[in-house]
Design a binder for this molecule. Sequence first.
Ligand code: CA
Length: 410
Amino acid sequence: MRTTALKLTAAAIGALWAGQAFAATCHNTGSYERWLDAFKKEAIAQGISAKVIADASPQMTFDPAIVKRDHGQSVFQQTFIQFSDRMTGGGRIPNGQAKIKQHAALFAKIEAQYGVPAPVLVAFWGLESDFGANFGNYKILSAIATLAYDCRRPEFFRTQLFDALRIIERGDQRVEDMVGDWAGEFGGLQFTASDYLKNAVDFDGDGRRDLIKSIPDTMASGANFLVSLGWQRGQPWLQEVLVPKEMPWDQADLTIQLPVSQWAAWGVKAAHGSLAAADLPASMILPMGRTGPAFLVYPNFKAFLGWNSAYVYSTTVAYYATRIAGAPALNRSGAASIVPLTAQQMTDLQRALIKQGYEGVGEVDGKFGAGTRAAVKKAQMKVGLPADSYPTVELLDKLGVSRAPAAPKP
Ligand code: CA
């Protein structure tokens, strides 16, 4: 799943984390039929066979419900703890462990070949499709064609549509099996068509790359994808840590990597077990600020971010993988006192940051994305608050943001 094709999980994160702003609602006024005819001509020119196009045509229909979903995603405000509890709860940790036992030989073979351990693959499998139980109910070709015709992200989905046809052309899938998420992702790992085309492998040896019905193909393809995103064998990916009362909070930033020995020198300790090798580069993630859960993430974390750039999602998958691998539950000792901003306060904060000259906020959308986070850190440094990049009411006060005025009387 990629943020380019935001769906519910990513949208849910969006409120606090995703960096991508929604474009203003737009409408394509040209005829869908004319657009589709032109697309088919180009597909032929790109070497896709007339037969595949003819087979796919009955499903390449315009679906207004898809556009409605794509334009109408609502913003949820969820903290990391709320989001990760929801994503990893409901038996997903023991179920993930059971899946590893059930497919032990397969996962051993995949780890030997790709270097990606089972808990990481099972974590993606669990969050993306509930271990293959929930693939989505939309016709992929209709969803992608609709989004390629619509004017919000036409180029992205146009490429996806060509690649979806190539998946059929290659014999990996049949038209009628192309069912998945409304944003065009499908199979056990909810790959986009382009990621499927590029990264799918035939691991069960039947000659087809089948990421819908074959668990060996699905899991090995996930490993292959993670390797393409920079996964390194034998290295950790994320670890929960305990932070001291005081430390240079501005260093807790995904763009800053320091050796583990530096974090240890500042008093950062493993929440359980021990820290990774002293010279391994690590970034600190404080998804709810300095009193909330704290993690060190290692170079392999970039593979999670490559899979989905919404970083509360990536942090949640990576954390979930550690839980499947046996890590104890999250330390919540400091979380009770954290008061997250409301959507209105987040919007007010963004307006104030822009007005006061902090760059990178982008659109005022009430979402706590990477740009807003960076601006929050700069503002915290300027007004003398601990620069942990987490916005608080105290920061709003220091920036002179008045409390929301009462609605004007009619
Ligand atoms: Ca196969």
